[in-house]
Ligand binder design. Structure first.
Ligand code: ATP
Length: 323
């Protein structure tokens, strides 16, 4: 017998395009099971301060195409403490919440796993982060949109790079993972990508910068790259390769915003439905993933303990094509 009557949903960590589509899917699926749904504003911070709002089908109307998150998001140091988590639990009890859906990154799931054990309340996670760095899913919500945003921006920069024979170091997000950089590199035909997963790229970079046949270059630098960010790398090599007309572009937070792509809306919708289905099947402490075009379940334990590899195949494709 399932005793769940009321669930809560919240977004946590960095915002990602498609989070709204996930919230919408969770709310509508819960209503389909005749459950009541509460949204918690500002992630764990709002769970602690009691920012709960009742959500209806109408509350999630007209949001599927909007970036950001209507529930807003935050990081909470207080939730890392036992006292903070006690306050959060007091609010869940006050609002009679039986189960929770958390939309966020691995940190959010780590917190959910700890909390769920302490207070015996089921949590299911939906991976929402543009970085695509989570173990157990081929895609996280927001990655596809960010990749398309980055691709569009680099295409534009490439026009000017080609016209002026310039070398652009373009920094993209991804924290300590290079998924955005590598896939954007393949999609834009960049001459080189500098990503944290590969070390010892200095020699190759020198070759690219001294290639007499190529006067313009696009070099994508992942923010977590070990040689430093785009500014740092450009500073180091710009003087030596003066004739290359080195320029720097840090794409920044524009990568996190904007209307989600059709794929991200689809992914978020499927994951949202599956998250509530899983709770109704009495599952807990799992993340909903998407592997080989199928929705799958992975325990928080596995997602938190394992690191997702960049994939030899992608590296090879990039290596062959970036000449
Ligand atoms: P993103 O990938 O966008 O950064 P994230 O979910 O990984 O998202 P974090 O800042 O790592 O973002 O985590 C979000 C929140 O989860 C933290 O602010 C904190 O409240 C909670 N959290 C993370 N790790 C723990 C932990 N070990 N114990 C308790 N709470 C945690």
């Amino acid at each position: 017998m399932n005793r769940i009557k009321r669930i809560a949903v919240f977004t946590s960590g960095g915002d990602a395009p498609g989070m709204n589509a996930a919230v919408r899917a969770v709310v509508r699926t819960a209503l389909n099971y005749n459950l009541e749904v509460y949204g918690i504003n500002r992630g764990y911070m709002g769970m602690i301060s009691g920012e709960f709002i009742k959500l209806t089908s109408k509350s999630v109307r007209g949001i599927i195409h909007r970036g950001g998150t209507i529930l807003r998001t935050a990081r909470s140091e207080e939730f890392r403490t036992k006292e903070g988590r006690k306050k959060a639990n007091d609010n869940l009890v006050k609002y009679k919440i039986d189960a929770v859906v958390v939309i966020g990154g691995d940190g959010s799931f780590m917190g959910a796993g700890i909390f769920s054990q302490e207070y015996n309340i089921p949590f299911v996670g939906i991976p929402g982060t543009i970085d695509n760095d989570m173990f157990g899913t081929d895609y996280t919500i927001g990655f596809d949109t960010a990749l398309n945003t980055v691709t569009e921006a680099i295409d534009k920069i490439k026009d000017t790079a080609l016209s002026h024979d310039r070398t652009f170091f373009i920094e993209v997000m991804g924290r300590d993972a290079g998924f955005i950089a590598l896939k954007a590199g393949i999609a834009t035909g960049a001459e080189m990508v500098l990503i944290p997963e590969i070390s010892g790229q200095e020699e190759k970079l020198k070759q690219v910068l001294s290639n007499p046949e190529k006067k313009s270059n696009i070099i994508i630098v992942a923010e977590g790259n070990k040689m430093g960010g785009a500014e740092e790398v450009a500073k180091k090599y710009g003087k030596k390769y003066k004739t290359r007309g080195v320029r720097v572009n840090v794409l920044g937070h524009m990568q996190r915003g904007g209307s989600p792509t059709a794929f991200d809306r689809y992914l978020a919708s499927r994951m949202g439905v599956e998250a509530v289905d899983a709770l109704m099947d009495n599952l807990r402490s799992i993340m909903i993933g998407y592997e080989n075009h199928k929705v799958v379940h992975i325990s928080f334990n596995k997602t938190n303990k394992n690191k997702r590899g960049i994939g030899e195949e992608l590296l090879r494709v990039n290596e062959i094509l970036a000449k």
